[in-house]
Design a protein around this ligand. Structure first.
Ligand SMILES: *[C@@H]1O[C@H](CO)[C@@H](O)[C@H](O)[C@H]1NC(C)=O
Ligand SMILES: *[C@@H]1O[C@H](CO)[C@@H](O)[C@H](O)[C@H]1NC(C)=O
Ligand SMILES: *[C@@H]1O[C@H](CO)[C@@H](O)[C@H](O)[C@H]1NC(C)=O
Length: 524
């Protein structure tokens, strides 16, 4: 019996196993936080025995000995422009309009550099290898789908956050605007009339911006791939995407919404299943913090030293006055904000492992998606100090979920910051709420890493898995929403009402006419 079972298992294993595949990860957006997420998926695949080759613009922090990394660094001037943008952004409050204005104008550099890669000799080396699949780290670069078309391989898109209208478009997933908030909408549920109107307006604005960007992306695609007859258009390639990995877990994060099978959630992929041992000094520092420790990181996009020095001093004064120990991520150890016996400055920190430590009681964060995810995963309450882009939104959602408090980094004072820290440390409701989330977040049929491996191999086994594709991908907006049918029905109803009225009027005038005649007769 046992023998038979193991034979069956063995046969099943052979039938369902996928041979080691050659996988290309094209992760060219210049963002360390995006790269961490993409590389975590690549690492899961390498650990599962696949031969993964990665192209990126910077040396990745997450790696694996078997991943072949091709770095095509950003040109010096472009690097300066991007970093200067970060500096100016850190100095002023950004409205949604100005953020998008920037994406449209300044982010040209981001788009152009991702186009430049396509003709770089270091990149072109990939065509020496026979690949089986490409994973595209998506951010203002879908013209790179042309690479997969040249390689004649299926594509999986890797997206950093919850599905949005772009990933919905790739997969034919319904974008439920009446209850799924836009990244820039903050709301409770169900959404009121005004909130829904606001959400719809923001969606339309984003869709409009995206249309404007689209002509640029399509232009680049045409320049590199679409010039000859018979080449697929960029829109055709967008409809040939096998699957989209999204960095969410909606069951715990909410709001629940429909997801087509071609959208697979891998939220938390960057969080290690088991923490690594901490560097010795950090481990000792945390272990002796029996009162608890605070961890402060303003993220990788913005160097701490580019934040206004007055704000840094405010933070320093508050933190140096705490009874708890503090680990502070700070790039320039020669010029720290100040010396205090309870503060340890480090240029680089294993964020995830620190949050996993039992003594870590509070995370002060710039509210990047990655940091919030890790903190939620480990059940650590937060004080968020967002600056720009998706950070205010992430912070607001975190606050609304009850996992902590959010302040605007640019307007904090000693009083407001110290009050916020005290509140989150002393009021147990925050750690309880985030603890409950942590339990839900980890309770899944497949971990994020297992999902990446299973579904990637699924796409490989089924040669792009075209059967997973929703028919909606091939329908226009009008067809998908039956607007043509509604228009016809309304036209029929309107015509019917119009004709009925016409007939009624005619008949009525006849009757009236007769009646007039008969009364006239009577009077005579
Ligand atoms: C793995 O990928 C590299 C390209 O990065 C390629 O040179 C190598 O031949 C591949 N190995 C196998 C076993 O296919
Ligand atoms: C902090 O201490 C270091 C040496 O321990 C010293 O070099 C530095 O100047 C001090 N910084 C301040 C702001 O006091
Ligand atoms: C469309 O995707 C399939 C795999 O799903 C791939 O084999 C094919 O080459 C792709 N077509 C184009 C035009 O890229």
């Amino acid at each position: 019996m046992v023998a038979l079972r193991s034979v069956i298992f063995w046969v099943l294993a052979v039938v369902t196993s996928t041979q080691a595949a050659n996988i290309l990860g094209l992760y060219s957006s210049y963002s360390p936080s995006h790269l961490i997420i993409h590389m975590s998926a690549a690492k899961a695949l390498a650990e599962a025995g696949h031969n993964v080759t990665v192209v990126s613009m910077m040396e990745p922090k997450v790696t694996h000995k078997d991943i072949h990394v091709i770095v095509v660094p950003l040109e010096k001037e472009k690097l300066l422009i991007l970093e200067n943008q970060m500096v100016t952004m850190a100095g002023k409050k950004n409205s949604m309009i100005s953020t998008f204005h920037r994406i449209l104008n300044d982010m040209d550099v981001m788009i152009d550099s991702q186009a430049d890669i396509l003709s770089d000799p270091r990149f072109l080396r990939i065509f020496d290898t026979k690949f089986d699949l490409m994973i595209l780290g998506a951010f203002l670069n879908d013209f790179q789908l042309g690479v997969a078309a040249q390689l004649k391989v299926p594509v999986i898109v890797d997206w950093m956050t919850a599905p949005n209208f772009i990933t919905d478009g790739f997969t034919g997933n319904p974008s439920e605007l009446s209850y799924v908030p836009n990244v820039a909408t903050f709301t409770t549920h169900p959404m009121s009339f005004l909130k829904r109107a606001e959400n719809l307006a923001k969606h339309l604005l984003m869709a409009y911006m995206s249309t404007l960007l689209d002509s640029k992306l399509t232009g680049i695609y045409k320049k590199f791939y679409g010039a000859e007859n018979g080449q697929p258009t960029l829109n055709e390639l967008r409809k040939n995407i096998s699957m989209v990995f999204v960095g969410s877990h909606l069951v715990s994060e909410g709001p629940i919404r429909p997801l087509v099978p071609a959208i697979v959630e891998t939220g938390g992929i960057q969080v290690k299943d088991k923490p690594d041992p901490l560097p010795k000094d950090i481990d000792e520092f945390l272990s002796k913090s029996t009162q608890g420790a605070v961890f402060l990181s303003l993220g990788s996009n913005i160097k701490s030293s580019t934040v206004n020095p007055e704000i840094v001093q405010t933070i320093f004064k508050v933190l140096s006055g705490l009874k708890l120990n503090v680990i502070w991520k700070w790039e320039d150890l020669e010029n720290t904000p100040g010396n205090a016996s309870n503060i340890l400055y480090k240029t680089w920190l294993p964020q995830d492992d620190i949050l996993a430590h039992r003594n870590t009681k509070l995370f002060i964060t710039h509210a990047g998606k990655g940091g919030i995810t890790e903190s939620q995963y480990h059940g650590v309450p937060m004080v968020a100090l967002p600056i720009f882009a998706d950070q205010p939104g992430n912070a607001e959602i975190m606050k609304n979920s009850g996992y902590g408090v959010a302040l605007n980094l640019l307007t904090i004072t000693e009083e407001s910051l110290s009050k916020a820290i005290k509140e989150v440390l002393e009021n147990e409701k925050y750690s309880q709420a985030v603890g409950k989330f942590s339990a839900l977040y980890r309770d899944r049929p497949l971990t994020a890493k297992q999902s990446v491996v299973f579904w990637t191999e699924y796409v490989l086994r089924h040669h792009g898995a075209p059967h997973l594709q929703s028919p909606a991908v091939h329908m226009s907006f009008i067809e998908r929403n039956n607007l043509d049918i509604y228009t016809l029905l309304i036209t029929i109803v309107v015509l019917f009402v119009f004709l009925t009225r016409l007939v009624a009027k005619f008949v009525w005038s006849k009757i009236l006419g007769k009646a007039n005649i008969s009364t006239a007769k009577k009077k005579q």
